[in-house]
Structures are given as structure tokens and as C-alpha cells.
Ligand binder design. Sequence first.
Ligand SMILES: Cc1cc2nc3c(=O)[nH]c(=O)nc-3n(C[C@H](O)[C@H](O)[C@H](O)COP(=O)(O)OP(=O)(O)OC[C@H]3O[C@@H](n4cnc5c(N)ncnc54)[C@H](O)[C@@H]3O)c2cc1C
Length: 408
Amino acid sequence: MAADVLVLGAGPAGLAIASELVPLGLKVVGLAADDPASPWQNTYGIWADELDQLNLSHLLEYRWSNCVSYFGAEPVSLGRDYGLFDREKLQGHWLGRSAGMSWRRGLAAELSHDERGSQVTTRDGDVLTARLVIDTTGHDPVFVRRPVLGPVAAQAAYGIVGTFSADPVPPGQFVLMDYRSDHLSEQERLAPPTFLYAMDLGGGRFFVEETSLALAPPVPIEVLEDRLRRRLAHRGVAVVHVQHEERCLFPMNLPLPDLRQRVMGFGGAASLVHPASGYLVGSLLRRAPGLAAAIATALAGGDRSGAQVAEAAWAALWTPELVRKHGIYQFGLEKLMRFSEQELRQFFSTFFALPEAQWFGFLTNTLSLSELVAAMVRLFALAPADVRWGLMQPKGREVSLLWRAVRG
Ligand SMILES: Cc1cc2nc3c(=O)[nH]c(=O)nc-3n(C[C@H](O)[C@H](O)[C@H](O)COP(=O)(O)OP(=O)(O)OC[C@H]3O[C@@H](n4cnc5c(N)ncnc54)[C@H](O)[C@@H]3O)c2cc1C
């Protein structure tokens, strides 16, 4: 019997959407390369308030209240809690909610459609049919199509979980961005800036990660690794034991997918990663329930064609307001990518001096369109003259990105 929904992929996006569809009584089948319960490798961070608002803060393994950034010599207190997910709990939460569905092992290879629904053929030749297929196979999806609008900028990072000869950050502290660069030569400071993202994990263990905002082409991992070790050495810190290494590379400014296509997307596949911050998990948790409800409603009208169901799903995921905001974020990221280290420091210093509700809402994509514009206008008004000048100068793709954002 055909499923109502076939979910391709068992990463955070696949599990998140499945966990909202199953409780609505839909027949959901999943297809993934591995066991959906096999452990995830990435470390997932989130602002703790995002989980508090969803009553899900029990999914955190770590929570810090002492959260700072460095845009100059002195730390700036962020005044908001930050957390790291307990990956097993997060995965278990989603798997528990979707316990009624069945998972098949395999890799989706071909897709075809008819009036009623869609058919996916795996590499092994198995055929699965459903009224709606949701592709959650990540940033380079197997079926979802996106227009090509120029080079895609990627965030790159190299991190170590381990023990060190001295504390890389003060006990109990989380550092969102440490832009101090006194360990680099004048010449090196002209290269694309990178910052330290770091936290005390307790028990003598720390996570330290050298990160670049987003760049096309991305900062090479070897450069990040070298910079991390030199940054630590400059503070008299040596790595004693490496428990885990994280090599991170994912696209930040992916264009929106074609919203008229028959296959639905979610997560990285549907360009849901926040173009300015690189975060995704909070938005999966917030957006999955509404998307699932829209899909259930569309499927309940049994006379709807597969194309109409997909259309309703895309319209629920990417509302006109979210499309416009995505365009504004894309424009903003394009600006930041051109900033020198000095300009970035000044920019972020001004950004985190905005009222908390504004910078937090900006980073979590929870402001309305008018609130987002108001935050940006305020940021512009408060910024030092050279940052303002940098924000005003149109360069490269910025004009077309701005036009796209305005047009929606
Ligand atoms: C190192 C790293 C750190 C990150 N840190 C954070 C963070 O702190 N906070 C945050 O919010 N975001 C973070 N992100 C961004 C984002 O949350 C992750 O990229 C996230 O894993 C994307 O989820 P996804 O489910 O869309 O895709 P993925 O996690 O890539 O999952 C894709 C799934 O599809 C399956 N698949 C692939 N091809 C096929 C196929 N042909 N058929 C069937 N199945 C297939 C895969 O096996 C996998 O199960 C990070 C990303 C990386 C790379």
C-alpha cells in the first residue's frame, strides 16, 4: 500500500518532520542509508531560550549562563544562555514521537510522478510510492532542485574536544566568537578573518573550534587547524589529548529551492539553514509542526493531486514573509563576507549592543519582517561611520540580492 508521506533521509530534518507527521495519523515511511538510530557525529548548539520556549530544554547536555564574545580585548557578556544538545536525547525524542512509522534501508536514486503521487526507486531497485515525497537528504539533496545564482559560500570550522595543558577558556564559560587575533602577523590579518568558538565541557574537557563566518571559496580546514593551534599556543595552551575532531563545512547562502517542484524538501535540502548564523535545529523544531499540519490538511482533501499537495506544502514552509526575510539575510551575509577583520569586529560589537530581543530574534529568525527591518535600521544608525560606509557601498551581487529580497 502506498504511504501518505515518504521521508528520504534520517538526519535532524528527516526525524523532525517524521515526528510531527506520525502523531497526525499519517502513514509515513522513511528511507535512509543507515539505521535512523545510528549516532550523529556533529555537535549541535542552540540558544537555550529557543528550547525553553518549546519546553524542550531537557534535550540539552550542557547549558552555559556565562556566555561572552570578544570583539576587542575585553569580553562582552551576551546575557543569554547557550546550550549543546545531548544528541542521543534529541534523536530519541524525534524517534519516540515517530515510533509508528517504518524505515527502509537504501539510497534513493530515481524519482517519478503521476497524477496521485510519486515513486522513488532505490539504488537496489526497490520501489516506494507515496502521495508526497519529502527530501531531507541534506545540503546537496538527491532530488530537490535549486536555481544556480552564483558561488555558494560555506562556513568552515576545525574543532577539538579534548584536554589541554591549561584552560583554553575560563571555567564554566561559553565563547560564541573570539575575534582576538594578536597571534597573527599583520599580513595574516589581511586574510579572511576567523574566530574561536569554545566552551568548557566540565571534567577538564573543552571544545575549541576555529571558525570562519562564510566564504566562497571557504577557508581551508588546514588553515583553520593551524590558526587554532597557534591561537592556543599564544595563550600558553597545548593540546594534551584529542577525544574528537570536528571538520565542519556546510553552505550558508543557498538560494531557495524552486517552490513549484513536485518533491518537497525540509532541512538543509530546503535551504533552511540560517544564512547569517548557520543554525538549523531550532528552526526545524519550530517549523516542522506547521509544515506537518499543512501536509495533513492537504492530504485530507483526498481529491487533491500530488502536485497540489506538494504546492500546499511548499507554500506552508516558505511563506512570502519567510521568503523576503531569507532574501534580506542573504543580502546581509553578502555584505559581511566583504568586511575586513576590523570592520567585522566593529559590526558585531554594534550588533550585540542592540536590544537583546533584536539580536536574538535576528539570529534565530524569529522576528517578523517589519521587526527584522527595524533591527537592521537601528544597527545601521548605531554603527560607526566606516561600517556604515561599508554597508552602503553596493558591491558584486549585493544589488541583485537586495532587489530579490524586496521583490520577494
Ligand atoms: C559539523 C557541523 C556542525 C553543525 N553545527 C550546528 C549547530 O551547532 N547548530 C545547528 O543548528 N546547526 C548546525 N549545523 C548545520 C545543520 O544543523 C546540519 O548540517 C544538519 O545535520 C543538517 O540536517 P539535515 O537533516 O538537513 O541533513 P543531514 O544531517 O546531512 O542528513 C541527511 C540524511 O540523508 C541521508 N541521505 C543522503 N543521501 C540519501 C539518499 N540518496 N537516499 C536516502 N537517504 C540519504 C543521510 O544518510 C542522512 O541520514 C552543523 C553542520 C555541520 C556539518
